[in-house]
Design a protein around this ligand. Structure first.
Ligand SMILES: Cc1cc2nc3c(=O)[nH]c(=O)nc-3n(C[C@H](O)[C@H](O)[C@H](O)COP(=O)(O)OP(=O)(O)OC[C@H]3O[C@@H](n4cnc5c(N)ncnc54)[C@H](O)[C@@H]3O)c2cc1C
Length: 416
C-alpha cells in the first residue's frame, strides 16, 4: 500500500464519514477496517435527524431514503403508572423522525459514494496493530492483512505512513491504547442483553420502552423483527445465565405479556449477546500526528441511542477543521486541539445527561430486583414529562438533533 496523507483506523460511522469528507476535499485518505464487511448485528441502527440532514447536504438523501428502514416519530415509554410519549414531530428542519436502518446499509452507502473519489481507499481485512513513531510523533500505522475467508494472516505485518492517523476504532480502541492517552471512566449501573424477537403486523410501531419495578427494556422496530435491549445490573450476566434461558423468557414476558408466546424463539443463551456498557471520555483526544474521535475518544452509554450521531458529528467537524492543513501537508497540535474544543462540550453534555439517567432512572429501578422496591411511581423525570407536555420535546431534541449538530462544509456538498 502506498503512503497516504491521512490513515483512519476503523470503518465505523466516524471513520467512514471522515474518510468520505476528506476524499471530497481531495485529501489522499485510507481507511483500514479489520472486518471483511460491515455486516454486524451487534451495533446500533439509529440514524438521527441531524445525520439525515447531513446526508441531504452531501447529496445522499435520496439514496438513503431508498434503503429499507423504519421511521420513528415518537418513542413510547410504558411504566406501571402509565405511558409517556416522547414526540419528535415538533423537531425543526426537514426530518421529524429517527430512521432505523441496519448500520451495515448506512456504512455501505457511505463507502460506495466515497469510492467515487479518486483519493479515497478503503481496505477491508486490514487490522491496525500498532503505531509508527519518529521523534515522538506518530507517522502512520502498522497493520496486518487477513484472509477474507478464514481471517488468517496474509504475509507479514506492513506499514502505512501518513501525516495524520485518526483513531476511529471504537470503544476498545487499539490506537488509544498505544498512544497512552488516558480516559476518565464514569462507570454505569447496567449491562445490556441484546436479542431479537419476531415482529407481527399488528404489533406497536416505532421504539417501545418498558419500565417496571426492577426491570427495564427497550425494543426497536426493525420491520419483521424486534431488536430488544434488556437491562441487567452490571456484572450480573453470569449469575443470571446460570438460571437458564427460561428465566429470560419469564422476565421478558412479565414486562410484555403480549410477547410471551414468542419467547421460545430464543432457544439458548447463544441467541443473547452481552453489551458491557461503558461510559468514558479521553481527557486529551490528540497527540503529535494522531487524533481520536467517535467511541475511541468517548464510549457512550446506549441511553438515547446517540453514539452513531456523535461519531458522525465528530467525523464532520474533524474533516472541516483538518482538510486544509492536510492538503497543505502539515497538521499541528493546534489543529487537532481545535477538533477536541469543538466536539468536547456537546459530548460532555450528552454524557452528563446519560449519567443522570443512569443515576436517577436506571440504577433505582434495577436495584429494585435486590429488594429495594422503587414502588409503582415512575421516576421523577418521567413523572415530570407526563405532567408537563411541553417538556417532552426537550429529550427528543437532545436525542434526535443533539446540542451541536454539524453541517457539511460547502466543499463537501453535492446537489442530487
Ligand atoms: C449492541 C449495541 C447497540 C447500540 N445501539 C446504538 C443505537 O441504537 N444507536 C446509536 O446511536 N448507537 C448505538 N450503539 C453505539 C454505536 O454503535 C457507537 O457509538 C458508534 O457505532 C460509534 O461509532 P465509531 O465509528 O466511533 O465506532 P464503531 O462503530 O465501534 O466502529 C469502529 C470500527 O473500527 C473497526 N476496528 C476496531 N479495531 C480496529 C483495528 N485495530 N483495526 C482496524 N479496524 C478496527 C471495527 O471493526 C469497527 O468497524 C450501540 C452499540 C452497541 C455495541
Amino acid at each position: 500500500m502506498t503512503d497516504t496523507r491521512c490513515v483512519i483506523a476503523g470503518g465505523g460511522p466516524a471513520g467512514m464519514v471522515l474518510g468520505l469528507l476528506l476524499a471530497r476535499a481531495g485529501v489522499a485518505v485510507t481507511v483500514l477496517e479489520k472486518h471483511a464487511d460491515f455486516l454486524r448485528d451487534f451495533r446500533g441502527d439509529t440514524v438521527h435527524a441531524s445525520t439525515l440532514t447531513l446526508l441531504d447536504e452531501l447529496g445522499l438523501g435520496e439514496q438513503f431514503a431508498a434503503l429499507p428502514k423504519r421511521l420513528v416519530d415518537h418513542v413510547t415509554m410504558q411504566t406501571d403508572a402509565g405511558t409517556v410519549e416522547l414526540d419528535l414531530q415538533g423537531l425543526p428542519g426537514a426530518h421529524q423522525h429517527i430512521a432505523m436502518v441496519p448500520q451495515w446499509d448506512f456504512l455501505e452507502l457511505l463507502a460506495t459514494d466515497a469510492a467515487r473519489e479518486p483519493s479515497f481507499t478503503l481496505r477491508h481485512n486490514c487490522e491496525v496493530t500498532g503505531l509508527l513513531t519518529e521523534r515522538g510523533r506518530v507517522v502512520g500505522v502498522r497493520y496486518q492483512e487477513r484472509g477474507a475467508e478464514d481471517g488468517a494472516p496474509l504475509g507479514p505485518e506492513r506499514e502505512l505512513r501518513a501525516e495524520l492517523t485518526v483513531a476511529c476504532d471504537g470503544r476498545g480502541s487499539l490506537v488509544r491504547e498505544k498512544t497512552g492517552l488516558r480516559s476518565r471512566v464514569f462507570g454505569a449501573p447496567m449491562d445490556v442483553w441484546w436479542f431479537r424477537l419476531p415482529r407481527e403486523a399488528d404489533d406497536p410501531v416505532g421504539a417501545v420502552g418498558r419500565l417496571s419495578t426492577g426491570q427495564f427494556a427497550v425494543m426497536l422496530d426493525r420491520g419483521d423483527y424486534w431488536q430488544c435491549a434488556y437491562l441487567i445490573r452490571k456484572g450480573s450476566d453470569a449469575g443470571l445465565r446460570s438460571e437458564g434461558v427460561e428465566s429470560l423468557h419469564r422476565r421478558f414476558a412479565e414486562l410484555h405479556p403480549w410477547l410471551a408466546d414468542r419467547m421460545g424463539t430464543i432457544g439458548s443463551w447463544d441467541d443473547v449477546k452481552l453489551l458491557a456498557v461503558r461510559l468514558d471520555r479521553v481527557r486529551r483526544w490528540y497527540a503529535e500526528g494522531v487524533l481520536l474521535i467517535g467511541d475511541a475518544a468517548h464510549a457512550m452509554s446506549p441511553v438515547g441511542g446517540v453514539g452513531i450521531n456523535l461519531a458522525v458529528a465528530d467525523g464532520v467537524a474533524a474533516a472541516r477543521i483538518l482538510a486544509g492543513p492536510l492538503r497543505a501537508g502539515r497538521v499541528t497540535l493546534a489543529d487537532l486541539r481545535r477538533v477536541q474544543r469543538r466536539r468536547w462540550w456537546p459530548t460532555a453534555v450528552i454524557q452528563r445527561g446519560q449519567r443522570l439517567i443512569h443515576r436517577f432512572v436506571i440504577e433505582p429501578e434495577l436495584s429494585a430486583t435486590s429488594g429495594r422496591s422503587s414502588g409503582t411511581r415512575p421516576p421523577l423525570a418521567l413523572q415530570l414529562l407526563r405532567r408537563v407536555p411541553v417538556l417532552r420535546s426537550v429529550p427528543g431534541y437532545l436525542v434526535a438533533i443533539g446540542p451541536l449538530p454539524e453541517h457539511a462544509p460547502s466543499w463537501a456538498r453535492r446537489r442530487v
